[in-house]
Design a protein around this ligand. Structure first.
Ligand code: ADP
Ligand code: MG
Ligand code: MG
Length: 360
């Protein structure tokens, strides 16, 4: 078989750096590459397709295989991952996209970096997190969302412009955890909306306006009072969903042996049924204006109180009152800094104490 890649690099890392492009390998290389992958096992099942762990040479990759029914999502996700300047530490690393026409069926593939810990949802199911890791997980997710939301403009040169992107399906299942156990990256971009301020065009994919996971849907979407010509509204809806993810995180935080939730729970687990219909969500979130509970204990801890204040602002009923991703990032950095300082102070006090003890 004739190879389409001259002097093929041996590792994925080499291949990605040699491509020189900010948004992926050259298209022909993407196709050849994906056809050299061996699928190992199914690691996730979504509504429309399946995600597999696969290998290319000695590297692991993840392959999301869409059914032909969901070609729209595959097309959209591919398009978003191929946008200029999308690559970021906190956005799932895109490698290749391929549509294989076998004559009878079309196989639609999306190849990305593989993260063995899986999604944030999986991690919170399996374990609790430390206070510091919780802040890092929140911060890195925010960084990813901030990069998505940000439009990067540049004079003239189209290569160096990035559209603003809103995710529209932020939830713990769509955030992956890297192998250090605390760096998160945002995945599942199949519903994303883009915006270009030069053309003032909000580009909504064919799936429509009121999409996403109902449980995580912002009140204005549930009520259908959403202004889809204003891109800021899409950003604000993402922030609401992110706040629910933050609540999932803090609920699984181990604070000196205290964990709010012994087992991981989804937001509104105590208010709605599983796979709730939109009317039920609307009643809970809009009519009753209910939000997930906080533990009393968090009020007496400086960093945790700041964090819960942040969460409350981000799931505010009034979308205009929610914070921007940049604002959340700044607040989280301050919280993290105070927390780390108090940790070193505590350590110092402990060392002094033990020195005093050993003195006597
Ligand atoms: P869908 O659009 O069907 O929801 P996702 O892209 O969200 O598909 O993937 C579904 C699940 O597969 C995720 O929740 C996660 O558990 C797993 N998954 C997806 N991509 C990866 C990856 N790159 N590494 C590890 N697990 C992944
Ligand atoms: Mg998903
Ligand atoms: Mg999806």
């Amino acid at each position: 078989e004739q190879t389409l890649i001259p002097d093929t690099p041996d590792t994925l890392a080499e291949m990605m750096t040699e491509s020189g492009s900010g948004s992926g390998l050259p298209l022909l290389v993407q196709r050849t590459f994906s056809r050299q992958i061996t699928l190992i096992q199914c690691i996730g099942k979504g509504k429309f397709g399946e995600v597999y762990k696969g290998t290319w040479r000695s590297d692991d990759v993840a392959v999301k295989i869409f059914s032909s029914r969901d070609e729209v999502s595959w097309r959209r996700e591919t398009e978003i991952y191929r946008s200029n300047l999308i690559r970021h530490e906190n956005i799932l690393g895109f490698i290749a996209s391929d549509n294989k026409d076998t004559g009878t069926v079309t196989q639609l593939w999306l190849v990305t970096e593989y993260h063995s810990l899986g999604s944030l949802f999986d991690v919170l199911q399996n374990q609790t997190v430390t206070k510091e890791d919780m802040f890092y997980m929140a911060l890195s997710s925010t960084n990813g969302l901030m990069h998505l939301h940000m439009e990067i403009e540049s004079m003239g040169d189209k290569e160096y412009r990035k559209p603003a992107i809103a995710h529209r399906d932020i939830k713990s299942r769509n955030i992956l955890v890297k192998k250090d156990g605390r760096t998160c990256c945002i995945a599942d971009l199949g519903l994303a909306v883009t915006y270009d301020s030069q053309t003032k065009n909000v580009n909504i994919p064919p799936q429509g306006c009121r999409v996403g996971t109902k449980r995580y849907m912002a009140p204005e979407l549930l009520e259908d009072s959403f202004n889809h010509t204003n891109f800021d509204c899409f950003r604000q809806a993402d922030i609401y969903s992110l706040a629910l993810v933050f609540w999932e995180l803090i609920s699984r935080m181990d604070d000196d042996g205290f964990v709010f939730h012994k087992k991981h729970e989804l937001p509104y687990y105590d208010s709605v049924q599983s796979d709730p219909p939109i009317e039920e969500m609307k009643h809970t979130v809009c009519t009753l204006n209910k939000r997930p509970n906080f533990s009393e204990r968090w009020k007496s801890d400086f960093a945790l109180r700041k964090f819960t204040d942040l969460v409350s602002e981000c799931w505010h009923k009034n979308s205009g009152a929610r914070l921007s991703a940049l604002r959340i990032k700044k607040t989280l950095l301050t919280i993290l800094e105070t927390f780390q300082n108090s940790k070193t102070e505590k350590k110092e006090v402990n060392t002094i104490n033990s020195c005093e003890k050993s003195d006597h």
